[in-house]
Write a new protein. Structure first.
Length: 238
């Protein structure tokens, strides 16, 4: 069964083709890590999936219905938290909707920020701000969660904690996840499969249970690195 289906015939930007002949399908509850060389169109593909970019040839379907603009059923978390500095954490989560205080408080607790609803963004660490951004994406009960390198600006320990948090909320909310990352180890840890974006897409299936750094994804890791090296995409972190 397919929940999110993307068919991008072509996306042009600045007179050149950024994406061409891209087909990607995600099943309900699946977590897919999207990797590729810098400048290869990963963030653009995510914007198309979110309905934020409609200037392309092709189609995105969510549950068989065309996505022609932003919808509540698709949540988005960006590389930066993008919080309104004059609003509290709770107000940022509920911005643009009518959500009861109980739901917002429950989400704050779920992302590890119980009791911090009155904090302003400048009073939060980078990791805490990104937790607020995650809660904001979840408040509308999305069926799909899109993340564009959401943990790249935090320290290593915070990044590991946020990775664990993402897995927990994905299970709790039964949400399908498509996450762009430049970190292969992160892609291996989080994903049910990895999609390499390059000349089309290449799927890599992963073992069902993979403790962090257990080595079971070494073959996939090496294959992705080799393909990126051949394509000149060495910006991807090993």
């Amino acid at each position: 069964m397919t929940l999110l289906q993307m068919a991008v015939t072509e996306k042009r930007l600045g007179g050149r083709s950024i994406l061409r002949d891209i087909r990607l399908a995600l099943a309900p509850g699946e977590i897919v890590s999207l990797v590729g060389a810098s400048g290869g169109g990963k963030s653009t593909l995510l914007a198309i999936a979110a309905g934020l970019d409609t200037a392309y040839q092709g189609q995105v379907l969510l549950g068989g219905v065309a996505v022609t603009g932003p919808v509540d059923a698709i949540g988005m978390v960006f590389q930066e938290p993008r919080l309104f500095p004059w609003l509290t954490a709770a107000q940022n989560i509920g911005f643009g909707g009518s959500f009861d205080d109980q739901r917002i408080a429950a989400l704050l607790a779920e992302v590890g920020l119980a009791g911090r609803g009155d904090a302003l963004p400048h009073q939060l660490s980078g990791g805490q701000a990104q937790r607020v951004a995650l809660a904001r994406a979840l408040v509308r009960r999305p069926r799909v969660l899109l993340l564009d390198e959401p943990f790249s600006a935090v320290d290593a320990l915070t990044r590991m904690q946020l990775q664990e948090l993402l897995l927990a909320v994905a299970r709790e909310h039964a949400v399908t996840v498509l996450m762009v990352t430049h970190d292969i180890d992160e892609a291996l840890f989080l994903g049910d499969r990895i999609v390499l974006l390059g000349d089309g897409v290449t799927d890599y299936a992963l073992p069902a249970a993979r403790p962090r750094d257990d080595g079971s994804g070494a073959a996939v890791r090496n294959s992705i690195l080799a393909r990126l090296h051949a394509a000149g995409g060495l910006a991807l972190r090993a």
